[in-house]
Ligand binder design. Sequence first.
Ligand code: PNS
Length: 168
Amino acid sequence: MKKRAVYPGSFDPITNGHVDIIQRGLKIFDELVIAVLKNPKKDTLFSSDERVDMIRTIFKETPGVSVTAFHGLLTDFARKNEANVVIRGLRAISDFEYEFQMALMNRKLHPEMETFFLMPNLKYSFLSSNLVKEVFSLRGCLEGLVPAQVETRLRDKFPHKTGLAVKD
Ligand code: PNS
């Protein structure tokens, strides 16, 4: 029987930290379902279709990875997809409280589902989608922090069309 896990998130946009977690997850699970949160109440830079599309492009050659948008409860999504493991990345102690609360609420809602924490490479421990957006919008360099496809899409979103640091 194949071991399947769900890796949920906003992925607005996916970063190399997320990619690192997916690669680590694939060493443990046969199938990963990347679940992209579609929340009309949350302001995102990229639409859920754009976020799904970026992740599909990045993993198009990687067996075992599928990408789907979801809304509603994560536990319902996991049940529907016959996965009883959820993967989350832990970068630092600061992530812990939120993740711990979420894992225990999910356990209350779905006692058979486990949350499985993975730590990314240390070089991504400071990285977040929000910082990526801020740095890019202020023309900072994102080298090594996001997949090339993401940088291309970021260029389409911001008027200055470049993420390279500029000198005065
Ligand atoms: O990348 P994020 O924004 O930290 O991911 C958060 C996510 C999508 C995992 C979380 O918001 C979520 O699971 N949302 C679905 C709604 C839900 O199930 N809420 C109860 C969780 S305790």
